[in-house]
Design a protein around this ligand. Structure first.
Ligand code: NAP
Ligand code: FE
Length: 386
């Protein structure tokens, strides 16, 4: 059997009311907390006030950093860090979608490490342990609550790029995954964030870095999302359905924490920075063409993958099986109405080439991708998607 290393040092509370543990659990990690949250959803639903109250009741002095935008910028992290340092915070509570959770991680890094966030872009660059992070996800998608990654938007001269910090010290100390917090998600964000989780699971499953235990997490996540994501859109207030989707997104996060993602995510970032697409939509656009490229010559788990998506793949040729899986994924994306009314302006040939050239520098992603991709292959996948 394949050798592997599995690391996941995050304490997970999962279930209804899990978020109510925030006071007593945060208290163990520090006496002064900074809550990092998004623009308005947590305040509107009253969640922010409840978390603040729970912390105060546990005698944790609490400060709030609100207004984290989608795909958080380095400037936002700098502002949050300034507040964390001024108030001498000892623990960071991330409350919201993937963006505030990643922002919490960025603030945690800069609160204990010198220099700028830019110094930590890449892998294993963090010298000192960041402040402990408590993650309370309110979307079911990014999985940041159980990953050692954080993604930031960095502007340099005229170039805007999404940059990743990957370091095992970035695993949150604790996650309070409470499906009740996802009940307020509108259908469009449910679909957007849910397809991100689905993409994590699928990419982990196909990755060259996958192994039997990561496959258990990834395949279960795929099955659950395939079944429950459309249901969550039809019945947004149904807590049992929301629970399944949040659970699946947690499993998918655990899977990529071990294996990383493949070309879908790598190729998606420029669609966000240059075309303004949300992270979920960018992944949804690329999923079919990247899957087609990776599956059409076969993949050892092709049949199993089809079965995760409810297809009977018996007696199918590789070609037919690959086509079936790609069609099923396209139909799934269609069912979620993710790309409906999406208008993408015609992109210049040169721009696509520029996107693809950048991917060719990402040796790690290329090595994780199950089929070796050339520059022409990446250009082809972009063209098919766009
Ligand atoms: P997000 O950018 O955090 O949030 C998207 C929208 O959802 C915001 O408008 C937010 O509003 C709203 N929202 C959040 N929770 C809500 C709720 N319960 N009810 C109603 N509205 C709610 O979206 P995300 O997809 O979760 O995160 C995307 C980010 O995560 C990207 O930057 C992506 O690169 C990153 N990511 C990170 C990892 C990782 O491992 N670290 C993995 C994948 C993706 P408010 O601003 O008002 O709260
Ligand atoms: Fe993602």
């Amino acid at each position: 059997m394949q050798c592997f290393q599995f690391y996941l040092p995050t304490k997970v509370y999962f279930g209804q009311k899990a978020s109510e543990n925030v006071g007593k659990e945060t208290k163990i990690l520090g006496k002064k907390a900074l809550i990092v949250t998004g623009k308005s959803s947590a305040r509107k639903t009253g969640l922010l006030q409840r978390v603040e109250k729970s912390l105060k009741r546990a005698e944790v002095e609490t400060f709030i950093f609100e207004g984290v935008e989608a795909n958080p910028s380095v400037e936002t992290i700098n502002k949050g860090t300034k507040l964390a340092k001024e108030k001498k915070c000892e623990v960071i509570v991330g409350l919201g979608g993937g963006s505030p959770l990643d922002a919490a991680k960025g603030i945690a890094i800069l609160s204990t490490n010198p220099g700028s966030l830019v110094d930590y872009f890449g892998r294993n660059r963090i010298k000192k342990n960041p402040l402990p992070v408590v993650a309370i996800p309110t979307t079911a998608g990014a999985g940041s609550e159980v990953t050692p990654y954080a993604v930031f938007t960095h502007r340099e001269n005229r170039c805007i790029r999404k940059k990743i910090v990957a370091d095992s010290s970035l695993f949150p100390k604790m996650v309070l995954a409470d499906p009740e917090l996802t009940l307020s998600l509108p259908a469009s964000i449910t679909a957007d964030t849910g397809i991100d989780a689905f993409s994590h699971a699928l990419e982990s499953y196909l990755s060259n870095r996958s192994y039997p235990l990561s496959d258990v997490l990834a395949s279960e996540a795929m099955k659950l999302l395939f079944n429950y994501l459309p249901k969550a859109m039809e019945n947004p207030k149904e807590i049992n359905i929301r629970s399944q989707v949040l659970y699946a997104s947690l499993l998918a996060g655990m899977a990529i924490a071990q294996t990383g993602t493949i070309l879908v995510h790598a190729m998606s970032y420029r669609l966000t920075t240059d075309l303004g697409l949300s992270h979920g939509k960018a992944c949804a656009l690329l999923l079919p063409s990247v899957c087609e490229f990776n599956l059409k010559e076969g993949h050892p788990k092709l049949t199993l993958l089809g079965e995760c998506l409810g297809e009977n793949m018996e007696n199918m040729t590789i070609k037919k099986a690959a086509e079936k899986v790609v069609t099923t994924i396209k139909d799934f994306i269609c069912q979620l109405a993710l790309l409906q009314n999406l208008k993408i302006e015609k992109i210049k040939e040169r721009t696509i080439e520029d996107f693809a050239q950048e991917i060719m520098q990402d040796k790690r992603k290329l090595a994780s991708n199950p089929r070796q991709a050339t520059l022409e292959d990446v250009i082809g996948m972009y063209k098919k998607a766009l």
